[in-house]
Design a protein around this ligand. Sequence first.
Ligand code: NDP
Length: 267
Amino acid sequence: MSNKKEEFVIFGNPVEHSKSPQMHNAGFENLKYNGIYKKHLLEDGNTIKDVFLQNNYKGANITVPHKEFAYKNADEVRGLANEIKAVNTYINKNGKTIAYNTDAPGFLHAIESFGNVKSVLLLGAGGTAKAISLALQQSNIEVTVLNRSEGKLEFFKKHNLKASTWEEFEIKEYDLIVNSTSAGLKDELLPCPEQILNEVLKNAKFAFDCVYGRMTPFLNLAKEKGLEIKDGEDMLLYQGVLAFELFTGVKADNKVLEAMRKGLKGE
Ligand code: NDP
């Protein structure tokens, strides 16, 4: 019997910064699963399916800027990914690519610790906002999208979600405010004008930032105002755990989850 390890990768450009290999390899090790997870720098997103199959990868995750290419090229798309039109996971099933989006359920899992959330103001309208907004809608949580510019709002309106720019925004009360913009990722910017944030944070209970590993100006402001806050680490972890279950066919128990969390944190 061949003892060759099954190969898994993360496709991205850039991909060097990705923590997915350390997270998944920790999971494989904990489970004694005969797999290895590596980084694959991919320049042309249109080649993603061919590269995946030619390398005989068993599974893959897909990050910026290839999630939409991966969706378009997949042989079969399952679940909410059909609506989001972007995928972050590929499975190789008998030489066919089966695609999923685990960012959306990963986000829902990450906000469970807040308890009861009925309404959300979602800042940003990029790829992550698409996944989050449809996941929330499917869970019957009311969601309003607020973005700097008009261009990306069409998707949300088509899905019967409230969506507006900063200028048109009518302030209401929300339980949870989510930053899904890239403001605060590598700068000290707030995701929308401070005056809007001051108003919505006054009435909210929780704040979540998709950015992980640092206290963003958004989370600092929310904390100052006494909200319960959370960064994007759990979202990253849970999207990874859900992909890991698809890769291995094994339900991740707490032992695997904690191993993957430690792997993610480099502990
Ligand atoms: P996109 O590039 O698709 O979208 C970026 C969004 O942010 C756009 O709506 C854009 O507005 C807005 N934006 C960018 N800069 C600013 C700014 N200075 N002020 C206000 N709005 C701004 O990005 P993604 O959706 O792929 O990613 C968004 C964030 O989520 C990133 O920080 C990423 O690291 C994080 N992320 C975290 C994950 C996790 O697991 N924790 C998973 C995926 C992403 P406009 O339309 O006007 O340009």
